[in-house]
Write a protein of this length. Structure first.
Length: 303
């Protein structure tokens, strides 16, 4: 095959590919036009003020831009999940309202497309995804609904078992939830994560350990915390647990707890010593004054 023949063949291929792409674009625009009819007549203010489920928790507050809020509204309107075409059609209807609600440009020009949606789907806030795929249809996405925290499940389990539960029993029941957000999420096995969390709760006074029966018991009136998974006592914030065994973790927590107690004790002793020194100074001043008065009286008697 000569050079001219190869060129003619490539031109034919390019023409076919170009025609296919044009046909796909026409089909896509026809689909978008049909979908637009579903979303006409909605309140733009309601769309741009929609809250993401994460915004009702302590994960974040008012951290979504108007486009992301509009996407949440569209997903909710479509039954919890929406396809890229549905999102594009929805945004094309209310794009002026979305742009007007934004304080600054959102980083791109024109209507959002599949590429923009793909980028937004990959965004995380405080380590938590904004949107997740539909479990029954991967072509659709919906807003992420925060899970119950893993360490709260431990407290709930102990609340049900009022007589206490063994470590192995707790770990066995919480195995399906071992990858949920919460304390010590980097620990690979469920039992290690449960053990570390129980040791932490024990030192915080929320849980007590019965050494005779080898069970952990929830202290009365303890309420499940709803704080985010990143919330830890200040003396444990910089603790690196990735390469620690449960024993090392326990020793480190105990050591830091003792250091904190000693620090508070030393601070109290300093205050006591300062108080004693002040008292001694006052006592010396009083003694000197009494001695002076005695001397003056003695001089008067002699005269």
């Amino acid at each position: 095959m000569g050079k001219a023949q190869r060129k003619r063949k490539m031109n034919k291929i390019n023409i076919v590919v170009s025609q296919q792409r044009r046909h796909q674009r026409q089909q896509h625009m026809s689909t978008i036009t049909q979908l637009r009819q579903r979303f006409v007549g909605l309140d733009p203010d309601l769309i741009t003020s929609t809250k993401h489920p994460l915004e009702t928790t302590s994960y974040m507050k008012n951290m979504l831009n108007p486009l992301q809020r509009a996407m949440v509204f569209c997903m909710n309107y479509c039954g919890g999940y929406a396809s890229d075409d549905e999102l594009e059609a929805f945004c094309s209807v209310y794009w002026k309202a979305i742009e007007a609600a934004s304080d600054r440009r959102m980083g791109y020009a024109g209507l959002p497309n599949k590429r923009i949606f793909k980028i937004i789907f990959s965004i995380k806030k405080n380590g938590v995804p904004l949107f997740v795929p539909c479990p029954t249809d991967e072509s659709k996405h919906g807003p992420y609904v925060p899970q119950q925290l893993f360490h709260d499940r431990i407290i709930d389990f102990l609340r049900i078992h009022q007589n206490g539960a063994k470590l192995s029993e707790i770990a066995e029941n919480l195995e399906p939830f071992k990858n949920e957000n919460g304390f010590f999420i980097d620990l690979e096995t469920c039992e290690r994560r449960v053990r570390a969390t129980l040791f932490l709760y024990r030192h915080q006074g929320h849980v007590i350990f019965d050494e005779d029966q080898e069970v952990f018991i929830l202290r009365e009136h303890y309420q499940t915390r709803t704080a985010p998974s990143s919330t830890l006592p200040k003396f444990l914030i910089d603790l690196n647990i990735n390469n620690m065994t449960p024993g090392q973790l326990y020793d480190e927590i105990k050591k830091r707890k003792n250091n904190l107690a000693n620090s508070n004790s030393n601070s109290g002793n300093e205050n006591q010593n300062n108080s004693k020194n002040s008292s001694n100074l006052n006592s010396n001043d009083e003694n000197e004054q009494v001695n002076l008065e005695k001397k003056e009286k003695l001089n008067e008697d002699q005269e």
